[in-house]
Design a protein around this ligand. Structure first.
Ligand code: AMP
Ligand code: ZN
Ligand code: FE
Ligand code: FE
Length: 273
């Protein structure tokens, strides 16, 4: 059973459409995927428009949440038209637009010539985010690569970073459960260790189903450690590539090939829900 349960599309900051993503997953021989755009669940509608898609696709979302800093929560198997989630997505999009305007102001004040329409062009109608700023910086010659653009201008310690408004992690789980989905803590390896130590024991009470133990940002040892921790706290595990297309060229769909018995068990539980 091979499921890639963390994939971004053109509905957020990925550059493949939901259909393209499904086609790639079929080529990769996967048994199913979840579309998990940042604070956006309408990508699943892009799959439904294509009657020829025979790849099993689960509707999902990746919510940015706060818990002593930023953590990401995957919602899997949600009703993609759930009113609360759709409303949240609309609010988040407005928040992103306002944040982008503030970033442009700061960028221009610092003497760099970048206009909103140039960033929006990189976004192509999806959810406006820092990767689109990075692309604009590269295009205008202010950075040689996405990576350099993040290091110099956009990462959380860089001058043009402005954080987004986020919901509490408990609220993120509540919204996902309310939409009929299951909540999974995304890439725990990207959460500070001391924060994770207090968060993990609380996940069960917040209604979480699992944690994404298998993710390309994790070392082999981390994957195994998170699988053990999940079991200790009565949680299942998932695997995801966090595919974004050419935005993260080193990541391909279904590339997270590590796993084992506990992941197999978890995936059996997932598909039988
Ligand atoms: P945003 O949601 O607009 O704050 O942008 C977050 C996205 O930016 C993430 O999903 C990543 O794809 C990308 N990102 C964040 N930090 C970095 C980094 N240091 N280098 C490259 N991409 C990054
Ligand atoms: Zn992203
Ligand atoms: Fe994430
Ligand atoms: Fe992601």
């Amino acid at each position: 059973m091979k499921l890639d349960l963390h994939i971004h599309t053109t509905y957020s900051d990925g550059d493949c459409t939901p259909r393209e993503v499904a086609a790639l997953a079929r080529q990769a021989g996967l048994d199913g995927i979840a579309i998990t755009d940042h604070d956006e669940c309408r990508g699943y509608g892009g799959i439904l428009e294509d009657a020829n898609t025979d790849m099993p696709v689960y509707a999902g979302i990746e919510l940015a949440a706060k818990y002593d800093g930023e953590v990401h929560v995957l919602g899997l198997g949600i009703d993609w038209q759930d009113k609360t989630l759709v409303r949240h997505a609309e609010d988040a999009a407005v928040g992103r637009q306002q944040r982008a305007a503030l970033m442009i102001e700061r960028i221009n004040k610092a003497g760099l010539d970048i206009a909103m329409h140039e960033v929006e062009k990189e976004c192509g109608g999806g959810v406006l985010g820092r990767p689109h700023f990075a692309a604009a910086f590269v295009k205008k010659g202010y950075a040689k690569s996405h990576k350099e653009a993040f290091v110099r201008y956009l990462s959380s310690h860089a001058p043009f970073y402005i954080p987004l408004d986020k919901v509490e992690v408990s609220r993120a789980a509540e919204m996902i459960l309310g939409a009929g989905g299951i909540a999974v803590l995304a890439h725990p390896g990207l959460v500070k260790t001391n924060v994770l130590q207090t968060l993990l024991p609380r996940l069960g009470d917040m209604g979480f189903w699992g944690i994404e133990a298998y993710h390309p940002a994790h070392t082999d040892r981390q994957c195994i450690a998170y699988a053990h921790l999940a079991k200790r706290y009565g949680l299942y595990v998932t695997a995801g590539s966090d595919f974004h297309g050419s935005v993260k060229p080193h990541i391909s769909i279904g590339q997270e090939k590590r796993g084992g018995k506990y992941l197999d068990e978890s995936m059996e539980a997932f598909i039988s829900m």
